[in-house]
Structures are given as structure tokens and as C-alpha cells.
Design a protein around this ligand. Structure first.
Ligand SMILES: [Zn+2]
Length: 126
């Protein structure tokens, strides 16, 4: 699975489960950039989906991730992929959740991070 670099910022918030000041990574959305993150619920690996890729049009996260195997824990992603940060794996069997919809993107310090990129299956054959 290839990796993709995207520009993100980090926030530190409560994510439930008595977990406070937890680091949450939010992809920066601007212009042609529309990346979202999903997570492997088994090991917590994060993946990026680039919704500006025309091949992702009308597909769900499951459509895109369903045929892939997590490179970190070798699990079939179709059973364990979840949208992030709605689902955050804190540790074994412990999950937090954060709603990013109210987060503003102005005046944040951004950085470029690298994630495995989930792409639709047809494209993976390239
Ligand atoms: Zn995994």
C-alpha cells in the first residue's frame, strides 16, 4: 500500500472514556484538498482517502477499503475500518470519539504527515 503525504493539523481534546488532551489529527481541507482519515479498529493504523480522486466518486469508505488488508496488523479492513476521528482507537478494546465538524481551520499550525492511502480496488491494479 502506498503512502500519501497530506497537510494536517493537530488538536488535543477530550474523546470520552475519561481520555483528555488526546492528540487528534485533522486533515486540512482547502481548495482541491479533500482528504479524510479512517482507522483500523484492530491496531489503530490511520489511512487517508483522497475524495478528490475521481475514482472515489459515489463510493463509501467500505467500498474503497473493503478489499484491502491493514499493512500493520494484516486484518481485513472490511470488518474493522471506521471513520476517524469519529472512532479513535486508544488501546486494546478502548475507543474514543470526536466530532470534528465544529473545528475551525484558521490560525492553526499545520504540518505534513504521511499515511497509507486507501484507493478503490480498480486503481490498485495499476
Ligand atoms: Zn490494523
Amino acid at each position: 500500500m502506498k503512502k500519501k503525504k497530506i497537510r494536517c493539523f493537530k488538536i488535543y481534546e477530550s474523546i470520552g472514556n475519561s481520555t483528555y488532551n488526546y492528540e487528534i489529527i485533522i486533515p486540512l481541507k482547502s481548495g482541491w484538498c479533500n482528504n479524510t482519515l479512517v482507522t483500523c479498529k484492530n491496531c489503530g493504523e490511520l489511512f487517508v482517502i483522497d475524495w478528490e480522486n475521481p475514482a472515489t466518486e459515489n463510493l463509501s469508505i467500505l467500498d474503497i477499503a473493503g478489499s484491502s488488508v491493514c499493512p500493520t496488523c494484516q486484518s481485513q479492513l472490511k470488518d474493522i475500518v471506521a471513520s476517524y476521528p469519529h472512532t479513535i482507537r486508544v488501546s486494546e478494546g478502548v475507543f474514543g470519539s470526536f466530532n470534528e465538524s465544529g473545528i475551525t481551520h484558521s490560525n492553526v499550525q499545520t504540518e505534513v504527515l504521511e499515511f497509507y492511502e486507501l484507493r478503490p480496488r480498480l486503481e490498485q491494479r495499476e
